[in-house]
Write a protein that binds this ligand. Structure first.
Ligand code: ADP
Ligand code: MG
Length: 602
């Protein structure tokens, strides 16, 4: 038999235990201590903040943050370590207008609960000769004394988690923790370029930034000045949000989101919603799994921002988040499209190097189709071929509108075709004497893509085939096609089941025109069934891109100079003439100066 249960099993935890538990949320790791202390220094109005990290062989042993901010009186210094003691808010209502980074009054109390802390502080401009020193261990004050001190505050945290062995055990390697500290300090430096920061590690300076009114100085300090030419400035005042800062040209794109630095009302935050909105602003300028670099400051009415979502305050919640996301997307998009994004010769490639990512459908068709040695030079093609290409180009002409839109200036300069190379590249020049190499297929793909997306979103027009086309597929492919039938129908494909795993294609989107070559349809369906569905791109968007790719003049199709000029003229009318819908560049520029340098003329 079990012993009888005691009468009282429930008891209230003592304050020290409560604080240790709370510490689990606020102080996860050494980097959280750094973040809380630096935020306090910022809230104290500091102009210079110094962070000193000391580490032994495997772990960080001490963190000291020193500021020249407002400092504290002896009474405040004692109160600062009491749980829920704060000078920053009085009532919950104050949170609606909060301008400080802290407000929960728990950081110092929780850090002191799980470490040995020494605080030295002196109020600024008090004229007081002496400052205050307080020592706390595991939440208990072990010493208070007067001391000589400069204006401001210094907090030394040693033996973190000495009394919570489990938490200590879960700390990652020293280098991982240092990487986290770097991330946090970089984010904070970028959000507060008006403050100078110094981060040192075992006495060696790691990060040094100055107080500056030019955020680019801070960006260059942290990431090197070589990225500056690839940044596009952004300064948009929209109804719900002001967006200021820089986003990168597509050529700086990365495989992860690690270089998206966003602050909201000067708080460095991590927001998937905002990150997604920034990426969405690039649209087809970026390949699917690529992310830009961005340094953005958002100013949003404080009543729309809930900062009290998580104890570490790195997450925020936005009211009207859909509208705000839409505005961020728009501001990024407008900034990019008003910028000259033609990559210079020798610039980092926009596309993933081969092998790094699975090639997309577009890449597959992107090889020369004709056999034999690649022809070179300017040349004219056979009569029949020219007629066919002419027909394709006519069918896919971007409308030259009779109304005002033709007054919208092109994002590209005036371009004159010189000739063609290999049936793949168009050679052209600008009035400014730049040489352009234009990817014929990518350019036409972009034209078709914009033509399709300019049509109504609901049901895109289709064109009946002269004779229906029968598709035979494997059971697995047939299942994929069946799933996609509604999306295909909205895009203009009229396809019916034809028994078993066969389908009858009756009509295709108008942009494909009166196709005689049914292998295009076959190719579209193959691309659709072979490519994995994606969470970030809708089925309809995927179909549009594939249609644009398959419908476009193929690489290897030799075009006449007039046809090339036609492609270029159409491209100049595109809203985004710089990349194909998969994010690959449509053209590369060689300036006269670059060529002269290559030939050692200058
Ligand atoms: P919170 O920042 O949420 O108010 P903290 O526990 O981080 O809570 O700090 C408690 C209080 O101690 C702050 O409200 C502030 O008044 C004071 N304080 C903390 N750090 C500093 C500092 N570096 N300089 C001046 N005052 C500070
Ligand atoms: Mg704080």
């Amino acid at each position: 038999m079990n012993p009888p249960a005691p009468a009282h099993r429930i008891h209230i935890l003592d304050p020290a235990t409560i604080n240790q538990i709370a510490a689990g949320e606020v102080v996860e790791r050494p980097a959280s201590v750094v973040k809380e202390l630096v935020e306090n220094a910022i809230d104290a109005g500091a102009g210079l903040i110094t962070i000193e990290i000391t580490a032994g062989k495997d772990a960080i042993t001490a963190i000291r943050v020193t500021d020249n901010g407002c400092g504290m009186s002896p009474e405040d210094a004692r109160l600062a370590f009491v749980p829920h003691a704060t000078s920053k808010i009085k009532t919950i209502g104050d949170l609606h207008t909060i301008r400080t980074l802290g407000f929960r009054g728990e950081a110092l109390a929780t850090i002191a609960a799980v470490a040995k802390v020494t605080l030295i502080t002196k109020p600024k401009g008090s004229g007081a000769v002496a400052g205050t020193r307080i020592q706390i261990e595991g939440g208990k004050v072990t010493g208070t004394s007067g001391t000589g001190a400069p204006d401001g505050t210094s907090v030394l945290v040693e033996d973190l988690f000495y009394n919570t062995p489990v938490r200590k055990k879960f700390q990652k390697s020293r280098n991982t923790e240092l990487a986290h500290i770097h991330d946090i300090i970089e984010g904070i430096c970028l959000a507060h370029t008006d403050i100078a920061f110094r981060l040192s590690y075992n006495g060696t300076e790691q990060i040094i930034t100055d107080r500056t009114s030019r955020p680019l100085d801070t960006i260059a300090r942290l990431f090197g000045s070589s990225i500056i030419p690839d940044l596009v400035p952004l300064d948009a005042v929209l109804p719900l949000v002001t967006v200021k800062g820089y986003v990168s040209c597509p050529s700086l794109a990365r495989k992860d989101r690690a270089r998206l630095y966003v602050s909201v009302n000067h708080r460095f935050v991590t927001s998937p919603l905002i990150n997604d909105a920034i990426k969405a602003g690039y649209g087809t300028l970026l390949a699917r799994e690529r992310f830009p670099v961005a340094f953005l400051h958002l100013t949003i009415d404080t009543t729309l921002v809930d900062v009290n979502v998580h104890p570490t305050k790195k997450k925020i919640r936005l009211s009207r988040e859909k509208d705000i996301a839409e505005m961020i997307k728009k501001s990024v998009r407008d900034a990019l499209l008003s910028h000259d994004l033609i990559p210079a010769a020798g610039a980092a490639p926009v596309v993933h190097p081969p092998g790094e990512e699975k090639p997309t459908a577009a890449v597959k068709t992107y090889t020369r189709e004709s056999a034999g040695p690649p022809p070179a030079g300017v040349y004219e093609s056979t009569h029949a071929g020219t007629l066919l290409t002419d027909q394709r180009l006519r069918q896919t002409e971007l409308p030259v509108s009779s109304d005002l839109t033709c007054l919208v200036p092109s994002l590209l300069p005036e371009i004159n075709v010189i000739g063609e190379f290999s049936g793949i590249y168009i050679l052209a020049r600008t009035a400014g004497d730049d040489l352009l190499l234009i990817d014929q297929h990518a350019a036409h793909e972009r034209i078709l893509y914009e033509q399709v997306t300019a049509q109504s979103r609901e049901n895109r027009p289709s064109q009946e085939l002269i004779s229906p086309f029968v598709l035979n597929r494997t059971p697995k492919e047939a299942a994929v096609i069946r799933d996609l039938l509604p999306a295909l129908a909205s895009e203009g494909f009229i396809i019916e089941g034809f028994g078993g795993n066969s389908f009858l294609v009756r009509a295709v989107p108008v942009v494909l025109g009166r196709i005689e070559d049914t292998t295009i349809i076959d190719g579209i369906i193959s691309d659709l069934t072979s490519e994995e569905a994606s969470v970030s791109v809708s089925d309809r968007e995927r179909i549009t891109r594939i249609v644009a790719c398959r419908g476009a003049v193929k690489a290897g199709t030799v075009c006449t100079r007039e046809q090339c000029q036609r492609i270029v003229d159409q491209l100049r009318r595109a809203k985004n003439p710089f990349t194909c819908p998969h994010g690959r560049p449509t053209m590369i520029r060689f300036t006269r100066k670059e060529l002269d340098t290559m030939f050692k003329r200058i």
